[in-house]
Structure formats: C-alpha cells, structure tokens
Design a protein around this ligand. Structure first.
Ligand code: PAF
Length: 280
C-alpha cells in the first residue's frame, strides 16, 4: 500500500499504473480516525473494484466550530494499518491547500430540504463543505464507485445528489451502518466519550430499535417516535437535537409518516455530537 500526499503525486501513480478515468477504481473518502466501520467500507470496495483509494483529510470547510476541527483525532500511522489490512491500495492524504488548490473554501449549496433540513439546519455550512471536498476528490480521482457509510444518512443523500448533478458517471454506494456488540453506532467521535458517556450514547440506538420493534408489532410510527423522543428528553445527560422520521431521499420534515424510510437522531453527550439512524 502506498501513501500519497499530493494531487501531482497521485496523477503520477495513475500514470505509472495505467489508470484512466472510469477504470475500475473504488474510492473511500474519510477524515481518518479509522475504525471497523471504515474498514468495512474499504473491504467492500476491495471486493468490488480493481484498485481502492482511501482519502484521509480532516476537511476544514465542513466544521462549524474551530474547536471541533482542532480536536478531531489525527493518526496517520494507525489509520494506515487499518486501511492496509482492509485491502486499500493507496492512501491519499493531501493537505487542504493541495486538494483545494489554495485556501480551502466552500460555496453555498441550496438543494432544498436535503441540504437545509435536519443536519443542514443544525450545522449551517456543513454540507457546503462536504460537497466541496467530495467534489474536489471526485475531480482528482475520477472513481467508478465511491463508498459512504449509512451512519451519515443525510450525507449519503447529499452526495448522491451532488454526483447526479456534477459527476453522473460516479456510482455512490451506500454501505450498512456498523454497530459494536452492544448496538452503539461506530463513530470516530465515540473515542471522546467516558465509560458513562458511552452508556448514555447507547440510549440513542436503543430508542431507535424500540421504534422499529414497536412499529413492527403494530404501533403507529408517529406515536412510537413521539414516545421515544420524550423518553430520551427525560435523560438529563443527553441533549436531543432531533429524533424524527424521514424519507432518506427527500429529508423533508413535512414528509408524511407513510413515506418515512428511517428514524434519525442527533444528540449531544458529554459535549460530543452524535448521530444515528435505523431503517424502518
Ligand atoms: O463522512 C466523512 O468522514 C466526511 O464527511 C467525508 C465524506 C470524508 C468528507 O470529508
């Protein structure tokens, strides 16, 4: 496995390996701090593509708070071990300036509810940054397939839309959300939680599971969502931003419950913002 730090070096690697746009190239974008969830994306890409590139860049344009950007875990050596074991051929870890071709910036993108509701509302500018960086990576790499984890469900919808508009030849592949043995959705942010915080975080996935189970046994989904939201709100160590049903393509808060495909949640635990979701 090779580690490449500049776009020019990557172009050279493409030439060396006779890789042309739309060759069977798989791309897994990450911000590092790789865990089993990322490894599963890389492993899937390895199965489905001839060569796999994993990007590692803590993208400054998608952070709302400088503190969050500064404290984001960075450890290229550990990441390289995980990526290599999962079958990655190249880690592409450019500086923001190299990828953006200068000072990183993101233009405002308004694609309606999918960019403006839920995460779009809670984290203004976040999707502008995600769209900007993924667009840049797609331009430099020209992958055939790009793999994204379903934990960031709205991000998948946003990137899918971006690819449709700007990179129609790239197939956006949504990969299953990965949980630990207790059911906690894997996230690089979990490493910032204490033992007690991890226990509280688990309440989120338990609440999602409860909605799925009660709906399966006949409870109206709206009633079940409302009950679980209230139960979560009663927990003083959790601060709930939203707990709602959505359609995974529209992300409109006014979608009728019969069109909901998922229940999504965002909450703060010990100063760490966590998101999770479950398919109904
Ligand atoms: O999901 C992430 O880790 C990031 O949002 C992504 C897609 C790598 C863009 O920086």
């Amino acid at each position: 496995m090779k580690i490449i730090h500049t776009s020019a070096e990557l172009k050279h690697w493409f030439k060396e390996h006779k890789i042309r746009p739309m060759n069977d190239l798989g791309f897994v974008p990450t911000m590092g701090a790789l865990h089993v969830g990322h490894a599963s994306l890389i492993a899937r890409a390895t199965k489905e593509c001839e060569k796999v590139i994993v990007s590692i860049l803590v993208n400054p344009t998608q952070f709302n708070e400088k503190g969050d950007l500064d404290s984001y875990p960075r450890n290229l050596e550990e990441d390289a071990i995980i990526a290599k074991e999962a079958g990655c051929d190249v880690i592409f870890a450019p500086s923001p300036e190299d990828l953006y071709g200068g000072e990183p910036s993101a233009e405002l993108v308004d694609w309606g509810d999918v960019t403006n509701e839920f995460e779009g509302k809670s984290r203004p500018g976040h999707f502008d940054g995600v769209i900007a960086v993924v667009d840049k990576f797609f331009q430099v790499i020209s992958p055939k397939r790009a793999y994204f984890g379903a934990k960031d469900l709205q991000q998948v919808a946003v990137v899918y839309k971006m690819a449709q508009i700007r990179h129609p030849s790239v197939e956006v592949v949504e990969c299953d959300l990965v949980r630990d043995s207790e059911g906690l959705a894997l996230s690089s942010r979990n490493s910032r939680l204490s033992k007690k915080g991890l226990k509280m975080a688990l309440e989120l996935s338990l609440a999602l599971r409860k909605v799925k189970d009660t709906v399966a046994t006949g409870m109206p989904v709206m009633q079940s969502v409302n009950e679980s939201r209230e139960a979560l709100k009663a927990l003083s160590e959790l601060e709930i931003e939203y707990f709602d049903g959505v359609n995974n393509l529209s992300f409109s808060s006014s979608d009728k419950s019969e069109n909901w495909t998922h229940i999504i949640v965002a909450a703060w635990v010990e100063g760490v913002r966590l998101i999770d979701n479950i398919r109904l």
